[in-house]
Write a protein that binds this ligand. Structure first.
Ligand code: ADP
Ligand code: MG
Length: 371
């Protein structure tokens, strides 16, 4: 693992002071006026400008002079703020290779001072459909300027809260270690995602386990909503771990049945296609009085959800509030309509290059394919 948190020292305390000031300013300004940054940072006037120039050089802020002289944070700038906080808290000490890239996240290996390797997920809501965020300004009217920071922070908060709760209830999930801004630190799952694994010794067992997880989640009041071969990790002993929780909803959600059936369908389809599992006989094998199975032999949402537990309600009482949930839901549901929208103001298109050029992260992915 490349050891690069030293690079944080490229940036002085004052650099971070100015960066934090830009972050704060974005609560009320799409582009934070340079004058305001200078005022709040309360450094010597010339110093703030010198620092902003340095931050700009490292692509931690973006300069915009279309209306007035101002700056906004880039994803990279936000990454640095989160990583610095986590380093200062003693949660991580090193940042290593990128091990995963999702539609709305980047995953890196990180390590603690004593060398324990963990995973760091940086949420990037709006990366693929930033325009969708903009088009939803009605509900983010007062926050449009920092909507992507805000939504990514919510996604991280939600993921962290759900991961912790699921772990407490004995679900096979990564251990949630800490969370700051849009960044979640969790244990590193050994193995590969199901989609990367070419062969399984016991596909039937894995299939049963995975479907069992969807059912058990619903029994606890929750639906994953993105339960598929990309979000199920499997190790050499074919032990299953589920990941990726920002989309989870309660069984009381108005579309719960559809989400549940979609999760189930994904798994059935995948195992039928890749492992030629046939489910035709299931319905006959099961006792028809067994209420949790429908006529097709698949888990039946309506009967499972009748006796659901209330993990969904516990979570609503956690740091992730109902209002947070609503804001995210509006974004996700609204964003889904615009998913194909490519964004000209793509916030992170040069992101990876910037990370690499700073030496902050290693410059290649580890290529964890099974084959
Ligand atoms: P996204 O929301 O962008 O899909 P995921 O949480 O699914 O993000 O992560 C993307 C990929 O990163 C996963 O498919 C997996 O390969 C890898 N990954 C995510 N979390 C971990 C982890 N805790 N340990 C190991 N690999 C992980
Ligand atoms: Mg995923």
């Amino acid at each position: 693992m490349k050891l690069d948190v030293e690079v944080l020292r490229y940036l002085s305390k004052d650099d971070f002071r100015v960066l934090t000031t830009v972050e704060m300013g974005m609560r009320n300004h799409e582009i934070v006026p340079a004058e305001l940054i200078s005022l709040i940072a309360s450094l010597k006037h010339g110093d703030t400008y010198k620092i902003l120039k340095n931050l700009l050089k490292h692509k931690l802020v973006h300069h915009d002079s279309s209306k007035y002289d101002g700056f906004r944070l880039t994803y990279l700038g936000y990454d640095f703020l989160a990583i610095r906080t986590l380093v200062n808290r003693g949660v991580i000490a090193y940042v290593g290779l990128q091990i995963g890239v999702g539609k709305e996240s980047d995953i890196f290996e990180v390590a603690t001072e004593d060398g324990t390797v963990l995973a760091m997920k940086l949420h990037r809501l709006g990366r693929t459909s930033f325009r969708a965020v903009k088009s939803k300004r009605d509900y983010l009217r007062h926050r449009s300027s920092f909507s992507w920071l805000y939504l990514s922070r919510l996604a991280a908060l939600k993921e962290f809260a759900f991961m912790k709760a699921l772990e407490d209830h004995g679900f096979p999930v990564p251990k949630a270690v800490d969370c700051n801004r849009h960044c979640v630190i969790m244990s590193l799952v050994q193995g590969y995602s199901l989609v990367q694994v070419r062969e399984l010794q016991n596909p039937e067992v894995v299939f049963e386990t995975v479907v069992g997880l969807i059912v058990r989640l619903a029994e606890h009041g929750l639906i994953h909503c993105d339960f598929n071969e990309f979000n199920i990790m499997i190790d050499d002993d074919e032990k299953v771990t589920m990941i990726d929780f920002p989309h989870m909803v309660s069984v009381s959600h108005r579309n719960a049945q559809m989400f549940f059936d979609r999760d189930v369908e994904c798994i059935y389809k995948f195992f039928a296609k890749r492992y030629n599992l046939s489910f035709q006989d299931d319905a006959d094998d099961k006792n028809s009085a067994e209420s949790d199975i429908d006529e097709a032999g698949r888990p039946s949402f309506s009967s499972i959800s009748k006796s659901s537990g209330c993990l969904d309600k516990e979570l609503a009482a956690s740091g992730f509030t109902r209002k947070d949930q609503d804001n995210m839901k509006k974004f996700i549901e609204g964003g889904a309509d615009n998913e194909e929208d490519e964004d000209e103001e793509h916030v992170s298109e040069t992101h990876e290059n910037s990370l690499t050029s700073l030496g902050f992260f290693a410059d290649r992915r580890s290529g964890r394919a099974n084959e």
